[in-house]
Design a protein around this ligand. Structure first.
Ligand code: TYD
Length: 206
């Protein structure tokens, strides 16, 4: 397939949104057409699913939660991501399959492999060309978040040891696929991180 599919991953407060905005501006300046999107919630249906999966009060069974993210992903890939790539555009996406493996796998109930299989089925096998992992100490990320937020969603409200497992799961994923992943220390300055990202993207889309 043509196009370029770039995903941003990382824990709370790791700076994904800031970096996505900077990368988008740089790409647009270079004359690229960029579709900036996110999961969950990149489509109309996805927004309804996002409301349920992040803000519904009360327990959601782990398999149901994994299926809700997968449903969001299936619709998003089929109706927005794949068509944009087929038009040779650049898709810049906040969170994708690796979020499911890291977060749904970190609950200890579901295994990484089964979550990945489910996600790949939902996405008809579509993997990113590049995944930028903004790696950050859990407490540092949380403290950045605390300044900005008054209310936490379902996952943000999880304890630190959950988020430490998420961080480790991400690092394991990156180690298993070093070509797809670019791992960056998210405690560096915004400009330093942005420059590293631009350098890698330029290599892929020269
Ligand atoms: P979001 O508002 O995108 O948070 P952030 O700014 O931290 O990226 O919230 C998305 C939340 O959903 C985030 O806590 C991680 C979680 N998530 C999963 O658990 N599984 C998934 O597959 C995806 C896409 C997100």
């Amino acid at each position: 397939m043509a196009g370029l599919f770039v995903t941003l991953e990382g824990g709370d407060g790791s700076g994904k949104t800031t970096q996505a905005a900077l990368l988008e501006a740089w790409l647009v300046e270079r004359g690229e057409t960029v579709v900036r999107t996110r999961e969950p919630g990149g489509t109309d249906l996805g927004l309804e699913l996002r409301q349920i999966v992040l803000h519904r009060k009360g327990h959601i069974a782990p398999r149901a939660e994994a299926l809700l993210y997968a449903a969001d992903r299936a619709h998003h890939v089929a109706t927005l991501v794949r068509p944009a790539l087929e038009r040779d555009e650049i898709v810049l996406q906040d969170r994708y399959i690796d979020s499911s493996v890291a977060y749904q796998g970190a609950g200890r109930v579901l295994g990484a492999d089964e979550v990945r299989e489910l996600s790949l089925w939902a996405a008809e096998g579509l993997l990113p060309d590049l995944t930028i992992l903004l790696d950050l100490d859990v407490r540092l990320g949380r403290s950045r978040l605390d300044v900005a937020r008054t209310e936490y969603d379902r996952l943000e409200a999880e304890k630190d040891d959950f988020h430490s497992r998420v961080r480790q799961a991400y690092l394991d994923l990156a180690a298993a696929e070093p070509t797809r992943f670019l791992v960056l220390d998210a405690s560096q300055s915004v400009d330093t991180i942005a420059a590293s990202i631009r350098a890698r993207v330029a290599e892929l889309r020269g």
